[in-house]
Design a protein around this ligand. Structure first.
Ligand SMILES: Nc1ncnc2c1ncn2[C@@H]1O[C@H](COP(=O)(O)OP(=O)(O)O)[C@@H](O)[C@H]1O
Ligand SMILES: CC(C)(COP(=O)(O)O)[C@@H](O)C(=O)NCCC(=O)O
Ligand SMILES: [K+]
Length: 257
């Protein structure tokens, strides 16, 4: 059975894939100093809690934080006796090679999103991933990642206001009732929420113009539901898109190496 690990700059997610569905999904904060033993203590406690008894034979990792990969490799080796596939490393095959400027290290999460989205929808797509950063990944008609956009994440923008302005508090994002805020928190939430709606709409419109082919827009990532519920920006919302992409890349490597 496959353990798929998606490590973002904020959260690390583990999912167990039995070949047909995900048996469980476990989430912890990303911390580069977490040891292999600490991962296993956390993992085995939760797996036991959910009553899942599985034999992990394969591990695949996508990490936007290079420093965590060492401990995750030790974790896979020590507890499951396997050598993980690490997306972005030369030995990890990709179904479609990215077409970007020479020397560009595309974020592994974006390569994985591309593979997952192409498998489900075919080409000519934009994947919008609301993580620590908000990324727009453009998938060509043939499934290749051909570039995109990196914007500051929703929480990062709110945090930046708090950090830089003495009178602005720490605020959690939510959809404000009105655009005109009548208190400080509502003003900040309005600026970031509606500002983001505008950012996403403008960027998607311009990508579609530049791409010159009809495109579908798919959203994913921790904060995607907030925008999916309230505003009609996306054709689809898929919270498991990155995990699905990891299973696609894993299968491709098994079949082709
Ligand atoms: N259910 C949620 N409600 C509110 N905020 C969330 C939720 N899930 C994730 N977040 C926040 O959304 C942001 C992106 O999370 P995530 O997609 O896990 O990021 P990354 O993949 O970059 O680690 C983070 O700031 C995280 O704290
Ligand atoms: C843009 C990102 C920081 C997004 O990471 P995340 O929000 O998922 O933690 C990550 O994909 C990354 O480090 N990319 C490298 C540069 C690039 O993709 O062009
Ligand atoms: K992201």
């Amino acid at each position: 059975m496959l353990l798929a690990i998606d490590c973002g700059n904020t959260n690390t997610v583990f999912s167990i894939w039995d070949g047909e569905s995900f048996l469980c999904t476990l989430r912890t904060s990303t911390h580069h100093a977490r040891t292999a033993d600490a991962y296993f203590t956390w993992y085995s406690t939760l797996v036991k809690h959910y009553g899942i008894e599985v034999d992990i034979t394969d591990v695949i990792i996508s990490s936007t934080v290079p420093r965590v990969v060492f401990n995750l490799r030790v974790f896979a080796d020590r507890f499951f006796g396997c050598r993980p596939i690490v997306v972005g490393k030369p030995e990890c095959l990709l179904p479609h090679l990215p077409r970007v400027d020479t020397g560009t290290q595309v974020g592994p999460d974006r390569l994985v999103n591309t593979a997952g989205a192409y498998d489900r929808h075919g080409g000519d797509l934009v994947v919008v991933d609301f993580g620590t950063a908000t990324t727009f990944d453009v998938v060509a008609h043939d499934g290749a990642y051909i570039g995109g956009v990196i914007a500051p994440g929703v929480n990062l923008s709110l945090e930046a206001l708090h950090q830089a302005a003495a009178a602005l508090p720490h605020v959690d994002i939510s959809k404000p009732q009105n655009v005109i805020g009548t208190n400080t928190v509502a003003c900040m939430q309005s600026g970031v929420f509606w500002g983001y709606v505008g950012l996403v709409r403008e960027i998607c419109t311009r990508i579609k113009e530049e791409h010159e082919r009809p495109m579908k827009i798919v959203s994913t990532g921790g904060l995607a539901p907030l925008f999916q519920q309230t505003v009609d920006l996306f054709d689809a919302f898929e919270d498991d898109l990155t995990m699905h992409g990891l299973t696609v890349i894993h299968r491709y490597n098994k079949e082709n190496s």
